[in-house]
Design a protein around this ligand. Structure first.
Ligand code: SF4
Length: 313
């Protein structure tokens, strides 16, 4: 089936790869944040509750969460195959043997075609890489990296606790051990970042060798240090139209083989201060689709000069 979308969506990729509707089941290991465990301040934007699966889905072990999520997805008639998705927190942080047991138990569940593991770029030591390398010989493993941006001043401002070289190095080391499905999370609309800088982050991830991108707009969540910055007037956020234009401009330069896992964030309203876009998530995606339907070059002209990745074009 040929897609009408001007990019490769995750659902399209999974359907072509597995010949069936595949859905991700979000899971949590209820882990402590490695930043905070190390005595560092958390990331400026972080509200852990906002990234966790719905409360009812969080009960029990990861396997129990997965089984419950699969049963619910089957009841809705939505899918026949599943990706177990360790979504919240840094799911390579911990004792490697214990993590291996969790990974193996999730992969052993019927109709689970892949395990997706979200983590930080600086949370991939040699011991956990050895576990991932071993499991990836028999299973489809994905690693989602919270890259956020490759602009050093933004990483410092976000209090990420790692630099851009760390993120690039994480992609390189994952590729060296045979992990093909590396997904970079990027935040678009960070204060002071130009469209060229956002494009440089996208291009840097693509050139480093990621398989997919997960795009988010900067969101100000309640009770975070970012909220205080926003209330002080130091953090502008993007309107839906502006964000849609940014996404369209960037995707016009992303090679088709890169899988787009997400086009914008969709944080539950109870956690969100800004931006408060009118409409539903479906309407937000429709606005991005309308921008994507425009000529990509038009976005380039409106937003500044973007240089295409040299090695891909
Ligand atoms: S984003 Fe992740 S690493 Fe950063 S403070 Fe939140 S839980 Fe910790």
């Amino acid at each position: 089936m040929t897609s009408v979308l001007p990019y490769t969506s995750l659902s399209e990729y999974l359907r072509q790869r597995h010949g069936a509707k595949v859905v991700r089941i979000p899971l949590t290991l209820h882990q402590v944040c490695p930043q905070r465990a190390a005595g560092r301040p958390g990331c400026l934007f972080c509200l852990p509750a906002a990234y966790a699966p719905p409360a009812a889905q969080q009960q029990g072990t990861a396997v129990e969460q997965l089984q419950r999520g699969i049963a619910q997805a089957r009841a809705r008639g939505r899918a026949t195959k599943f990706v177990a998705y360790l979504q919240s927190g840094s799911n390579t942080h911990g004792e490697p043997a214990a993590l291996r047991r969790v990974y193996e138990a999730l992969l052993a569940q019927p109709d689970v075609v892949a395990l997706s593991i979200a983590t930080r770029p600086d949370c991939l030591d040699d011991a956990i890489l050895a576990v991932l390398a071993d499991l990836s010989r028999q299973h489809d493993l994905w690693v989602e990296l919270g890259v956020q941006t490759l602009q050093e001043r933004s990483l410092t401002w976000l209090q990420r606790g790692h630099d851009a070289a760390c993120a690039r190095d994480a992609v390189r080391r994952l590729r060296e051990i045979g992990i093909a499905h590396i997904v970079a999370h990027l935040i678009l609309g960070l204060p002071g970042e130009t469209i060229d800088e956002m494009h440089a982050s996208v291009r840097g991830c693509v050139h480093a060798g990621v398989h997919g991108l997960k795009l988010h707009h900067l969101q100000v969540m309640r009770d975070t240090p970012l909220e205080a910055e926003w209330r002080a007037g130091r953090v502008p956020t993007l309107t839906l139209d502006a964000y849609a234009t940014v996404v369209a401009a960037l995707l016009a330069r992303v090679p088709r083989e890169i899988v787009i896992h997400r086009l914008c964030a969709s944080t539950p309203a109870q956690y969100l201060c800004a931006p408060l876009w009118p409409g539903t998530k479906t309407e937000h995606l429709a606005a991005i689709m309308r921008a994507l339907a425009m000529d990509g070059d038009a976005h380039v002209l409106r937003l500044g000069v973007l240089r295409p990745p040299r090695s891909r074009r």
